[in-house]
Ligand binder design. Structure first.
Ligand code: EPU
Length: 429
């Protein structure tokens, strides 16, 4: 087991290239099984969530071949309808996309409940509501979900909560259902458009994706195709925040700036100069940052996945900033760790109130989830002295080569084996 060690205080300079979007990739891989011939997906991020999904695909009989580390071909020809492997399903949230994909392909699925980062309650009632509307019978037997349909029939589905996962999962079934499906109050995240692009290239008929009403005409067959994943807006946002905190001039390459408008607006409000050119962002920070308030919302609002890194940045800003996460109100596990590093943050009524500026100080901290990990890495870059970050398996789920990319930008950051004592302490924490 390893930890990340950061020696703080070194400025960032240079170019960082962004990978394909994790939250697209984790839906595209399961979606590929809906085809009856090979699907190639390019621009794959090299992260552990993708590895886990690839090994689930192999266990359920798909032929999977990886090329050059960032391209995967999935041939689902010989797949059978078998229960999903429970241990691996529990490793990540996105394994729930196998519900929709298996239903679309076989009209049935047996799968355990998904795992993933703990961010407070993460129900899947809207996924189930959608499946049932499309003719699926859903039962829970001995801890596994059994999903079975005699026939998949298109329906009008209103989502009570705007949900990325439910929107995609319902699309995965509806593309193969008889007749028309209308998803109302659908989520509009760029990753949903990316999945719909893949499905459309496979032969699906989807209209209105990117708006809150999606219309799908079911088809009998879907076939293989090639698809390139969109850049990861959350990875790009994380580096933009790191650059705002410690950068001299950082160029973020391979990004769709329009996907990050809410973040860029907030960074500009804080005093940071940002130049946009096609698929690049140049971040030129100011010495003096001003606090801002942030409320996370569904896309195109401020993404919940960037509120934890933003909390770290706000410790450097003059004044009081309030962050309220309306998507995951319990996504606050990074706060105690930042406090260990001298941050002045209060939590009141589910909001984090950050008083700055303070000089963060190096400490031993634990990443409890993926974006908390990113927040702590940025805190380590800012802090006086050395920060040791434990629980880095969370970070590896979503950030490809984070230490290497930061080293290239001039950071002093490395991985180190944990001592026996540290492993025991971490397990007992
Ligand atoms: N919700 C329900 N019922 C449902 C589904 C969702 O009440 O059936 C609620 C959730 O509890 C939450 C809100 O609706 O309060 C939004 O959840 P959503 O379904 O949109 O989230 P998700 O699909 O489970 C994806 C990303 C998350 C990201 C959220 C919000 C993936 C694999 N995960 O999760 O990403 O935070 O959308 O944008 O795409 C991350 O990358 O660190 C991450 C956690």
């Amino acid at each position: 087991m390893q930890k990340i060690v950061v020696e703080g205080g070194h400025k960032l300079n240079g170019t960082v290239r962004i990978n394909g979007a994790k939250n697209s990739a984790v839906a595209l891989l399961p979606a590929a099984i809906l085809a009856d011939s090979p699907v190639t997906i390019e621009g794959l991020p090299d992260i552990s969530d993708v590895d886990t999904l690839a090994s689930i695909l192999e266990e359920i009989g798909a032929e999977v071949s990886l090329k050059d580390g960032d391209s995967i071909t999935i041939d689902p020809k010989n797949m059978e309808s078998i229960p999903l492997p429970n241990g691996k399903v529990k490793e990540l949230r996105a394994s729930y996309y196998f519900m929709g994909a298996m239903l679309g392909k076989f009209k049935q699925a047996v799968i355990g409940l998904p795992g993933g980062c703990f961010l407070g309650p993460r129900p899947i009632d809207q996924h189930i509501k959608g499946f049932e509307a499309l003719g699926v019978e859903v039962t829970n037997e001995h801890g596994a979900m059994y999903l079975r349909a005699k026939e998949l029939i298109g329906a009008r589905i209103y989502l009570d909560v705007v949900s990325v996962g439910a929107t995609i999962n319902i699309m995965l079934v509806a593309v193969k259902a008889k007749g028309q499906t209308i998803i109302e109050n659908a989520a509009k995240e760029p990753e949903i458009i990316d999945v719909a692009t893949l499905l459309t290239n496979m032969g699906a008929k989807i209209h209105g994706v990117g708006t809150d009403v999606i219309r799908i005409e079911g088809v009998e067959e879907l076939s293989g195709c090639m698809h390139t994943i969109i850049p990861d807006r959350i990875e790009a946002g994380t580096y933009a925040i790191a650059a705002a905190a410690m950068g001299e001039e950082v160029l973020i390459d391979n990004v769709i700036p329009e996907h990050l408008e809410s973040l860029l607006a907030k960074l500009r409000e804080m005093g940071i100069t940002i130049e946009q050119k096609n698929d690049q962002l140049l971040i030129k920070p100011q010495k003096k940052l001003t606090s801002v308030d942030i409320k996370t919302l569904v896309y195109p609002g401020f993404p919940t996945d960037l509120q934890q890194p933003m909390t770290t940045l706000l410790t450097k800003a003059e004044g009081t900033g309030v962050i309220s996460d309306t998507i995951y109100s319990a996504r606050l596990k990074h706060i105690d760790e930042l406090r260990r590093m001298n941050a002045k943050i209060k939590v009141e009524g589910g909001s984090a109130i950050i008083n700055g500026p303070v000089q963060l100080e190096g400490a031993k901290v634990k990443a409890s989830d993926l974006r908390a990990g990113a927040a702590l890495v940025i805190a380590g870059l800012i802090a006086d002295g050395q920060t040791e970050i434990f629980g880095i398996e969370h970070i590896e789920r979503g950030y490809e080569n984070i230490t290497e990319k930061l080293i290239d930008l001039g950071a002093k950051i490395w991985r180190e084996d944990m001592t026996e004592k540290e492993i025991t302490q971490l397990q007992n924490k």
